[in-house]
Design a protein around this ligand. Structure first.
Ligand SMILES: *[C@@H]1O[C@H](CO)[C@@H](O)[C@H](O)[C@H]1NC(C)=O
Ligand SMILES: *[C@@H]1O[C@H](CO)[C@@H](O)[C@H](O)[C@H]1NC(C)=O
Ligand SMILES: *[C@@H]1O[C@H](CO)[C@@H](O)[C@H](O)[C@H]1NC(C)=O
Length: 493
C-alpha cells in the first residue's frame, strides 16, 4: 500500500489528502462490510494472490484484445483529485493503455492529466460564462474556487455547477485527440471517474463485434429528440466510427461549437455528430448500466431484457467505496474462475449482495422508495382511505417492528427502512448504503437521493433498514426463471 512514506509537510499533506480519504473509506469498509465470504478485504490480500499475473498480485484478464483498447477518462479539475486515485489502485492496474482528459493540465498521483479544451474557439472562451472557471483554472489553478458550488457533475451535482457546464465542450475534442494519439487502435472506451468498468467482461463483449465496422455502443438515452450513449454509463467507439466523427468535427468545428453553446450535454452533442455521419448507437443495455451497485433495482427490466440474466460491463455513480468493493469482488471471482466465466448481474447479486442483506441493518439505507408511512402522509389522506389501511399500516411509522410488519403484509414487499416517524417499504430490492439519513426520494437520473428524511440526530434516529429475508429465495427463483428464455448473456443484435 502507498501509505509508507508519509511525511506531514504542508504541500505533501495536500497531495496526500485523497490517499488519506481512501484510507478512511477502506477502514469504514472493514467496519460496514464484514469480510464474510469475500476474503480479499484482509490487508494481506497481496500475498494471497502473488501467484497471479503480476508482481502486485493483481489478477488481470488475459484477453488478446487488451492491447487494442484505449481507455479515455473524462474528468474535470473540480473532481479529479477526489475521484481518480481509487481508479489508479484498482481498475487501471489492469488497463495497459489509458489517457485522462480534463479542463486543466495537472498531475494526480503521478499521472498526467491533459487539458482538452485548449483548441476551443477563443471568442467562446472569452464570452461563454462556463469558461470563467476554465480561465480561472488556467491562471490560478484551484486557488480561490468555491468548492460548494463546484463539486459534483451532471444533473447529479448542481445543474449550475460550472464544472458540469464546461464538460459538454470536451467530447468532440476528446474523440479527435484520442484518435490522433492512437490512430491504429481498434476500440476507444469513454468513461468518467464514477464509471466502473468490468474490464474482463467488457473485453469479452467487444470481441463479439467486428472492429473494422463503425460501432457506437452504449446505454441509450434521449434528449431533445436525439438518441445517444449516456456518458456516465461508459460507451465504446470502434476505430472507423472514431475516424468518421473526428473528420466531421474537423470539417464542421465552428458549426458544432455554436450548437454546443446552446446544447445541454456533451454526450448528446457527440451522439448527434455520430448520427450525422451515419453511425447509429447500438443499444447495449443492460451491459452498460446507468445505476450503481447500491442503487440498482435487481429486478429491473428494460427493452424486454431482464437485467438479471445478462453480463455486466459497466456501472455508473460509483463512489470510491463501491469501486473498491466491486473490484475486490471481481478479483476474487477471476481467481476462482480462471477461464474467464463472465460475471452476470445474477452472479453479482448471489455472491456479493445477497449475504449483505439482513433482517435488520442499522445505519443503513436500502433506498426503499415504494409506499411511505408517516403522520404527514396520513394527514394528507382522506378519512376513508385511512380507514382502509390496516392497523399495522396506520402504525408503521411508529416502530421498526411495525414498519417490518407493514412490509410483510404486502405480498411482494421485500425491503423497508425506518426512522422514527417514517417508514418506507418497497417491492424493489436494492442493496443501499451506509447512511445516517433515510432516503425518501431517489432520482435515477441524478443517481442520488434527492429527498432525505430530516432526523434530529439523536441516537435512536439513525436510519435502519431490513429485508424480508424469507422472501429472498422466492425473489431469486422468480428472476432466475426469466433467464430460461435468454439464449445468450451478450446482446449483439
Ligand atoms: C468563434 O466564435 C465566434 C462567436 O461565436 C464566431 O463569430 C467565429 O466565427 C468563431 N471563429 C472561428 C474561427 O470559427
Ligand atoms: C380499500 O382497499 C381495497 C383493497 O385494498 C380497494 O380495492 C379499495 O378501492 C379501497 N377503498 C378506498 C376507499 O380506497
Ligand atoms: C430498506 O428496507 C426496508 C425493508 O427491508 C424497506 O422498508 C425500506 O423502505 C428500505 N429502505 C429504503 C430506503 O428503501
Amino acid at each position: 500500500m502507498a501509505f509508507k512514506s508519509f511525511k506531514p509537510s504542508k504541500s505533501r499533506m495536500r497531495r496526500l489528502r485523497p490517499v488519506l480519504l481512501l484510507f478512511v473509506i477502506i477502514l469504514s469498509l472493514f467496519i460496514y462490510f464484514r469480510p464474510d465470504s469475500i476474503p480479499t478485504y484482509r490487508p494481506h490480500t497481496h500475498a494471497i494472490a502473488s501467484d497471479q499475473n503480476d508482481e502486485n498480485g493483481v489478477t488481470c484478464p488475459k484477453s488478446s484484445l487488451m492491447k487494442d483498447v484505449f481507455v479515455v477518462i473524462r474528468t474535470g479539475a473540480t473532481e479529479a483529485q477526489e475521484k481518480l486515485p481509487v481508479h489508479f489502485k484498482t481498475i487501471l492496474t489492469c488497463v495497459p493503455d489509458f489517457i485522462i482528459y480534463s479542463d486543466m493540465d495537472e498531475i494526480v498521483d503521478g499521472h498526467q492529466i491533459h487539458d482538452i479544451l485548449t483548441e476551443v474557439n477563443a471568442t467562446i472562451k472569452k464570452t461563454a460564462p462556463e469558461f470563467q472557471l476554465y480561465n480561472h483554472l488556467r491562471t490560478r489553478g484551484r486557488d480561490g474556487l468555491n468548492y460548494q458550488t463546484m463539486f459534483g457533475s451532471g444533473p447529479a451535482g448542481a445543474v449550475d455547477n460550472p464544472g458540469w457546464k464546461l464538460d459538454k465542450w470536451k467530447f468532440l475534442p476528446m474523440a479527435e485527440k484520442a484518435l490522433y494519439e492512437r490512430p491504429k487502435t481498434k476500440w476507444f472506451i469513454f468513461i468518467e471517474p464514477d464509471t466502473y468498468v468490468m474490464w474482463s467482461n467488457l473485453l469479452q463483449y467487444l470481441s463479439l463485434f467486428d472492429a473494422n465496422k463503425p460501432w457506437y455502443i452504449g446505454k441509450h438515452m434521449y434528449a431533445s429528440g436525439v438518441l445517444f450513449a449516456h456518458g456516465g454509463s461508459g460507451f465504446a467507439l470502434s476505430n472507423p466510427a472514431m475516424q468518421k466523427v473526428s473528420k466531421h468535427w474537423k470539417d464542421n468545428k465552428n458549426e458544432i461549437e455554436q450548437a454546443t453553446l446552446k446544447g445541454w450535454a456533451g454526450d448528446m452533442i457527440l451522439g448527434k455528430a455520430l448520427k450525422d455521419v451515419g453511425v447509429d448507437m447500438f443499444w447495449a443495455y443492460p451491459h452498460m448500466q446507468g445505476d450503481s451497485l447500491t442503487a440498482l433495482d435487481w429486478s429491473v427490466e428494460k427493452l424486454e431484457r431482464q437485467t438479471w440474466c445478462y453480463a455486466a460491463t459497466t456501472f455508473h455513480h460509483m463512489n470510491p467505496e463501491e469501486i473498491t468493493t466491486l473490484w475486490q469482488f471481481e478479483q476474487t471471482w477471476q481467481r476462482r474462475n480462471p477461464n474467464g466465466a463472465p460475471l452476470r448481474f445474477r452472479d453479482i447479486f448471489n455472491n456479493l449482495v445477497r449475504h449483505r442483506l439482513r433482517a435488520e441493518r442499522e445505519g443503513w439505507d436500502n433506498i426503499s422508495i415504494g409506499t411511505e408511512y408517516s403522520e404527514e402522509v396520513l394527514a394528507k389522506m382522506s378519512q376513508s382511505n385511512v380507514d382502509n389501511l390496516s392497523l399495522v399500516e396506520q402504525n408503521a411509522h411508529n416502530s421498526f417492528e411495525m414498519c417490518q410488519a407493514a412490509c410483510e403484509q404486502q405480498p411482494r414487499c421485500i425491503q423497508f427502512s425506518f426512522v422514527p416517524g417514517q417508514c418506507s417499504v418497497s417491492d424493489e430490492l436494492r442493496l443501499g448504503r451506509a447512511s445516517d439519513t433515510q432516503c425518501l426520494e431517489y432520482s435515477n437520473a441524478a443517481g442520488k437521493c434527492v429527498k432525505e428524511a430530516t432526523t434530529t440526530g439523536e441516537d435512536g434516529d439513525i436510519v435502519r433498514s431490513g429485508w424480508i429475508m424469507d422472501r429472498i429465495p422466492g425473489y431469486v427463483y422468480w428472476l432466475d426463471e426469466f433467464c430460461d428464455n435468454v439464449k445468450d448473456i451478450w446482446i449483439t443484435k
